[in-house]
Design a protein around this ligand. Structure first.
Ligand code: MN
Length: 498
């Protein structure tokens, strides 16, 4: 299982010194109560840390700078209990660079109609304090998420928890290192991209190595280690030999164990969190990495095939964002393969030659060894399964030459009623929203790739917020999309980002 850092989010309460000590004492009491009760719900993936009320520009700047500098802090949640003249926040936000949530709430849920007086009004002024605060953020162009609602409201709480996951993706992205084994698949356009721009926008270091560098690590793996991991495979998965000789079958599987151990050591020693391979550059490898890559993905590594480092990066980010999420159904690299065009039941069969993450499997995956026409190597072992049904998102980052565009399609994974016994790869069958024709037409018009980062466990809102933080265009094709609305979005994007 993927472990993420023990991040924390700071809860900052804004006010000013005009209210007097007694009022500020109550403000602090209120914000402390909110923080402790939010933490006690157990709904938040990361701890919320209360900070003393901010009442002047010096303490504001010091606190925001400290949040910036502290590697444990993933972001700040800010709320104006009372009125906090917003010029006081300018210096702080000139420096602040981490994810920001403006929580528009108030301590009391209801107006105390029978007892409300001027003192109460003066002490509970979020309705206008938050407007003053938001005004300066908007004027300064500070990217932030805004969530409105009483802090005990379950929907508001779920949205805060969800935003925390987006914030983790935004922050972790800055430190991601992607290993390219070889280069892009020859002549393919959509998997290409500007790595310098990606470094600036997302923070990614994208480094190429010769396959022989990694193959050395694979060759160096001991037989004992290979045997132990192969035994683990046999214990963990079903085995479908398809009539092959049992010993010959195991030798093929063992080759993937060797690749997994070699690749994993290289990734760990060289501090990479995502990997791309290409079947055109295999050098000393006996098989195209299949089962090995599937297991690395299941452990939280990003992956993209055919040199697709852009998709690998987002698979990794989605793995981080969804880590430990209760009821998570999985995240994988995916590829649009072939269509089912039966009227009324149109769907897209999703698969790849080998490398689909078993985290999305509906049942127990099975190991099979079958020929692969690509790669000109021996038959690779791979995990075969079908994906869980349910709602998910498929995301494709494309490089338009001058800039990046993220394209998100909300999809509905369908139960796979009819078995596909001759299909020797993992697969999913999904219907794009809002319907097959609009979904596929929209995807083509937006320039989306055949590769995607797919997850059940995030929504298009997560991705839109993430892209806003990165400062890139995000086009969503979902339930309410029409071709005309999509074209309008693309035109607006062209003006804004172009
Ligand atoms: Mn592919």
């Amino acid at each position: 299982m993927l472990k993420t850092k023990n991040y924390e989010f700071w809860f900052l309460t804004g006010s000013q010194d005009l209210y007097g000590d007694e009022c500020l004492r109550i403000v602090a009491e209120h914000s402390q109560k909110i923080v402790s009760e939010l933490n006690a719900t157990g709904k938040f993936p990361y701890k919320i840390i209360w900070k003393p009320t901010l009442i002047d520009s010096v303490s504001i700047r010091e606190t925001l700078s400290a949040a910036n500098a502290n590697p444990d802090v993933a972001g700040c949640i800010v709320w104006m209990h009372t009125f906090s003249p917003a010029k006081m926040w300018i210096r702080g936000f000139n420096e602040y660079k981490k994810p920001l949530l403006h929580l528009h709430t108030q301590f009391n849920r209801d107006i105390p109609f029978d007892t409300i007086d001027m003192d109460f009004m003066n002490q509970n002024q979020s309705a206008h304090g938050d407007r003053e605060f938001a005004h300066i953020l908007t004027r300064m162009g500070v990217v932030r998420k805004t969530i409105s609602g009483h802090w005990t409201n379950p929907t508001a709480q779920e949205r805060i928890a969800d935003w925390m996951r987006t914030a983790i993706g935004a922050l972790e992205s800055r430190y991601m290192r992607i290993l390219r084994v070889g280069d892009n698949m020859r002549n393919v356009a959509v998997t290409e991209g500007d790595k310098v721009e990606a470094h600036q926008k997302f923070g990614w270091e994208v480094d190429a190595y010769n396959i022989t560098d990694i193959a050395e690590y694979v060759q160096a793996v001991s037989d004992a280690d290979v045997n132990a991991l192969t035994d683990q495979y046999y214990a963990e998965y079903d085995i479908i030999t398809d009539g092959r000789d049992v010993a010959e079958f195991r030798a093929h599987v063992a080759e993937q164990a060797k690749i997994e151990i070699g690749f994993r050591r290289f990734l760990e020693e060289n501090n990479y969190q995502a990997i791309v391979t290409t079947f055109q550059m295999l050098a000393g490898l006996k098989q195209l990495p299949g089962l090995a890559i599937q297991r690395l993905m299941a452990d939280g590594y990003g992956f993209g095939a055919e040199g697709d480092w852009k998709t690998a990066g987002f698979v990794r980010l989605f793995k981080l964002m969804t880590a430990g999420k209760p009821g998570a159904k999985g995240t994988s690299f995916m590829e649009d393969y072939t269509y089912h065009l039966e009227p009324g039941k149109e769907a897209i069969l999703q698969a790849h030659m080998l490398e689909i993450c078993p985290s999305i499997a509906a049942g127990k995956p099975a190991i099979r060894v079958n020929p692969l026409t690509m790669g000109e190597r021996e038959d690779p072992a791979r995990l075969v399964f079908t994906a869980k049904p349910g709602r998910g998102i498929a995301c494709s980052l494309v490089d338009l030459g001058k800039r990046f565009r993220m394209i998100v399609n909300e999809v509905e994974c369908l139960p796979q009623d009819k078995p596909m016994p001759k299909l020797p790869v993992a697969s999913a069958l999904w219907r794009p929203l809002p319907d097959f024709a609009t979904g596929t037409e929209g995807w083509l018009i937006a320039g989306g790739a055949h590769h995607t980062a797919f997850t059940y466990d995030l929504t298009s809102e997560n991705i839109a917020d993430l892209c806003e933080f990165f400062g890139i265009e995000c086009v969503i094709i979902g339930g309410g999309t029409t071709i005309q609305s999509l074209k309008r979005d693309l035109m607006i994007g062209e003006v804004y980002f172009g």
